[in-house]
Write a protein that binds this ligand. Structure first.
Ligand SMILES: NC(=O)c1ccc[n+]([C@@H]2O[C@H](COP(=O)([O-])OP(=O)(O)OC[C@H]3O[C@@H](n4cnc5c(N)ncnc54)[C@H](OP(=O)(O)O)[C@@H]3O)[C@@H](O)[C@H]2O)c1
Length: 256
């Protein structure tokens, strides 16, 4: 039985990834801060098929703790899904820098650390898969969510570079770039104040997880769920950055 480690499994896309991989016959290692949500997910499956490791990946030693805990339990991770993340809506001059530092620690630092630890093992075995969750936000700067967009641009760039480095090995690295998704993200990122979710129709987390799973198994480099999002990103490659930033600003500005 192969094992998949999923970060941010307590809600949204991570929870749907967990359900999907369990249905496909994988053993799960699920992690997030909310132990109650993880315990509820575990209850849905046979006792031995799910390992729960509660962890704050935004903390200084969070990623290292998670890796050491996986080792302590003698678990071999075949697939790593770096999904945990959050955003913050607002003008940069007035948003809370503590939240932004935590965002960088989670969206960037923890993702880099976990990729390093597990990639080294995968390369020793010459097999394994890593799926990093970025966003369509990765493709252009985003006024009113500047740090979040930049963090996802990092994830996209980092993932494509790693993929190239390991191209002659048995390890596959993909990056998932969803548009708006119906999850707790809108609330946790304070996007209820923004026009974003009313301007761009969100899709379900179930659909995003399925697209991510399929793309990862097919070894796709960049996975963009939804025809409209794919078309917009492709068309955007011909548009100057200054225009794209203005479009992002219009879509995302504060509700009146
Ligand atoms: N929803 C969207 O519109 C959208 C679009 C594009 C990309 N994404 C990306 O998709 C990923 C999943 O987000 P989602 O939409 O499913 O949102 P969500 O429902 O809010 O899920 C976020 C997950 O991250 C976990 N998390 C947050 N802070 C954490 C921390 N400090 N340590 C460990 N885990 C933490 C949360 O668990 P706990 O709170 O229990 O720790 C939760 O399981 C994120 O990387 C997000 O940036 C979302």
């Amino acid at each position: 039985m192969e094992t998949v480690l999923i970060t941010g499994a307590s809600s949204g896309i991570g929870r749907e990834f967990s359900k999907l991989f369990a249905e496909k016959g994988y053993r799960l290692v699920i992690t997030a801060r909310r132990e109650k949500n993880l315990a509820e997910l575990k209850k849905m499956y046979p006792e031995n098929n799910v390992e729960v490791i509660p962890c704050d990946l935004g903390s200084e030693a969070g990623a290292e703790y998670l890796y050491n805990e996986v080792k302590k339990r003698s678990i071999k991770v075949d697939i790593l899904i770096n999904n945990a993340g959050f955003g913050l809506f607002g003008e940069f001059y007035e948003t809370d820098i503590e939240k932004e530092k935590k965002m960088i620690d989670l969206n960037v630092k923890a993702l880099v650390e976990l990729s390093k630890y597990f990639l080294q093992e995968m390369l020793e075995r010459n097999s394994g898969r890593i799926l990093n969750v970025a966003s369509i936000a990765a493709f252009q700067p985003g006024p009113y969510m500047s740090v979040y967009y930049a963090s996802k641009a990092f994830v996209l760039s980092f993932s494509e570079a790693l993929r190239n480095e390991v191209r002659n090995t048995g390890v596959c690295i993909s990056v998932l770039c969803p548009g708006p998704v119906e999850t707790e993200f809108e609330k946790s990122s304070e996007l209820t104040k923004s026009k974003l979710f009313s301007k761009l129709k969100p899709i379900t987390a179930e659909k995003v997880a399925y697209a991510g799973y399929r793309g990862l198994m097919k070894n796709r480099a960049v996975i963009i769920p939804g025809f409209f999002n794919r078309a917009a990103i492709t068309a955007g490659t011909f548009v100057p950055t200054g225009i794209k930033v203005n479009i992002a600003r219009k879509i995302q500005e504060k509700k009146k």
